[in-house]
Design a protein around this ligand. Structure first.
Ligand SMILES: [Zn+2]
Length: 255
């Protein structure tokens, strides 16, 4: 059978390849902790993601393994969410490794009120989530490392897709779309935890989460799924609001 072949032959429309379970077994350690109902929901979400446009960058050649490994990880976020949470992900662009990003950055404001200048800032990253209906960019080596070794607590796929969930309300502020009751608790708990991380307190949360509230949510999502037991034990309130949002209890699965 021919997979990944869209109507235009470009591979735009995806299907789960026969080998998907073997790929997930080999690469996505977290998948093996899911119960049967969670797997059914994750597979549905995975199918949605596989139907997105997949593009390769920097000479990379995308195979079933790349698509399934990335889609399976991201699908775990959506086990208890509406499948429409991925509506604003039109495409996933896979780079072989770290990518260099050059972004224009305004520097200074002239004394007469004029713009000081535009400075090109280059950084190296393993993932990017563009806003609006922009793509998700991922480095394959980091994407694979994160799902094979979840105990390290870094998962770029969960991180970038968490940004896309945050962006569904068009604002990357660490607060995804929530019902009113959870929203109030979320803001209270996450503000306190963000300030605590910013103060330099040691934590299971990666220090990068202190960058801004958007990064805090993405980093907290990584910890919620990859270091669930520690997050629950050390930050029970944060674990609680994340658990309500995601509708999951990964610490139970881990035990
Ligand atoms: Zn980020």
């Amino acid at each position: 059978m021919r997979f990944w072949r869209g109507r235009d032959g470009s591979g735009a429309a995806g299907r789960r390849p026969d080998a998907w379970e073997a790929i997930v077994d080999a690469n996505v350690a977290m998948w093996n902790t899911l119960d049967d109902d969670e797997i059914l929901n994750a597979v549905e979400a995975m199918d949605v993601l596989l139907s997105k446009r997949w593009e390769a960058a920097q000479g990379f050649v995308i195979t079933d393994e790349h698509r399934v490994t990335i889609a399976a990880q991201a699908s775990i976020l959506a086990i208890a969410l509406e499948l429409s949470v991925f509506d604003d992900v039109p495409s996933i662009i896979v780079h072989p490794t770290t990518m260099r990003l050059t972004r224009p950055r305004a520097i200074g404001i002239g004394g007469n009120g004029g713009i000081g200048g535009i400075h090109a800032e280059t950084s190296t990253v393993v993932g990017v989530a563009h806003d609006r209906r922009g793509p998700v960019l991922l480095a394959w080596d980091a994407s694979l490392r994160g799902c094979r070794q979840p105990e390290h607590g870094h998962n770029v796929v969960l991180h970038e897709f968490a940004h896309k969930l945050d962006l569904l309300d068009r604002v990357i502020d660490g607060t995804p779309i929530l019902d009113a009751d959870l929203h109030n608790r979320w803001v209270r708990v996450c503000t306190a935890e963000f300030e605590r991380l910013r103060s330099g307190a040691g934590s299971v949360l990666d220090r990068y989460g202190a960058t801004n509230p958007g990064e805090f949510f993405a980093v907290a999502t990584e910890a919620f799924f990859c270091r669930a037991t520690r997050l629950r034990d050390e930050h029970p309130d944060l674990y609680g609001v994340l658990g309500e949002f995601y509708g999951q209890d990964p610490a139970r699965r881990a035990s």
